[in-house]
Design a protein around this ligand. Structure first.
Ligand SMILES: Nc1ncnc2c1ncn2[C@@H]1O[C@H](COP(=O)(O)OP(=O)(O)OP(=O)(O)O)[C@@H](O)[C@H]1O
Ligand SMILES: [Mg+2]
Length: 327
């Protein structure tokens, strides 16, 4: 099992978008995935169509009311993804837990006590370095940093890495930064490539040193700016179901393969394309196919879906149906 915190104290850099869609791509690859919303803004929760109201068992109940981790797990996307939702109450948790001993390890205790068999747990952190983020870092094995390639982003990352190092020393020695993923990437701009180069030299300088980011990678899969990624949350969907052939879906599938390959090298290969079946719309006149030199495989009848059949029938209500038959 891998527990990965998606973390960056800077707001709006793509933490939630990456949690939603990396999670969906891992689930699509057949992994058992749980997503935990640690942000009182509850964007991850809303993205998967769950209402962040105090009546449902949420992360707040797990942390403050000692409810079990599994009680707070909600199945979304036809049961293919498990989600622990946030609620607005979570904003008060930092204050309510102020006198609780070991408050930074509450999530770790609850997850460890649960009998679950998730292969990937992704933690969507809020844009701050408070108690909720600390709880994420205390239970995570690794941190993935979503980052927009801006000039000031590098300064922010240095601060973030310092925090990871501190948590590593004091609370969670196994914690490491496994990678940085560039989001809202525009390969056309000079700034993007300059930021990548600078990041790379920063990470290279750590190699061989006992620093938690010494083995971090800059993921080859960059997440391009894609409006479909911004649209999909309002439909309660991930990009994989909302627009499966968009750049956003392609990029997050590629990122998932890279993430899986870190622990299972065979996962790097893209899935072979599905065999293509020749489909001929029954509305097309066969003589036009012949004129365009389109040959049908011998002995094979073209496949025509019911929907296509219906549309064709409507269109040709008063003309004889083409000689094709289909199912
Ligand atoms: N690759 C992308 N292309 C276009 N829009 C994107 C992309 N990634 C994220 N966005 C949009 O940018 C905005 C911020 O993204 P997101 O909410 O994922 O960031 P965040 O780091 O989780 O923010 P916060 O710090 O507030 O939690 C959202 O409106 C999201 O839809
Ligand atoms: Mg967010």
């Amino acid at each position: 099992m891998r527990i990965i915190a998606l973390m960056n104290q800077k707001g709006g850099v793509g933490k939630t978008t990456t949690t939603v869609n990396l999670g969906a791509a891992l689930a699509e690859a057949g992994k058992r995935v749980c997503l935990i919303d640690l942000d009182p803004q509850a964007h991850l929760t809303i993205n998967y169509g769950v209402e962040p109201n105090p009546d449902i068992c949420s992360l707040y109940d797990v942390l403050v009311n000692e409810r079990s981790f599994l009680e707070a797990v909600h199945k979304v996307m036809d049961g293919s993804i498990a989600l622990v939702p946030s609620s607005i109450d979570l904003a008060a948790a930092e204050v309510e837990l102020v006198s609780v001993l070991g408050r930074e390890k509450l999530l770790k205790e609850r997850i460890e006590a649960a009998q679950h068999d998730f292969e990937y747990i992704l933690l969507d952190c809020p844009p701050s370095l408070g108690l909720l983020t600390l709880n994420a870092l205390a239970v995570a094995d690794e941190v993935i940093i979503p980052m927009q390639p801006h000039f000031f982003a590098l300064q922010g990352v240095a601060k973030l890495l310092e925090t990871v190092q501190l948590v590593g020393k004091r609370i969670n020695p196994k914690l490491r930064v496994s990678g940085i993923v560039l989001t809202m990437f525009d390969s056309q701009t000079k700034l993007s490539s300059e930021v990548v180069a600078e990041l790379k030299s920063f990470i290279d300088a750590a190699q061989g040193k006992p620093l938690p980011w010494a083995k971090a990678v800059i993921f080859k899969s960059k997440i391009r700016r894609n409006i479909k990624l911004a649209e999909s949350p309002s439909f309660g969907q991930s990009i994989l179901t909302y627009e499966p052939t968009s750049n956003g879906a392609t990029d997050y599938r590629a990122l998932a393969r890279e993430v899986m390959a870190m622990s299972e090298p065979a996962a790097e290969q893209p899935a072979p394309p599905a065999p293509v079946e020749l489909r001929v719309n029954s509305a097309i006149d066969p003589s036009k196919l012949a004129a365009a030199n389109v040959e049908l495989p011998p002995g094979k009848l073209p496949v025509v879906s019911c929907q296509e059949r219906k549309e064709a029938d409507l269109k040709h209500k008063h003309t004889p149906s083409p000689s094709f038959t289909g199912n």
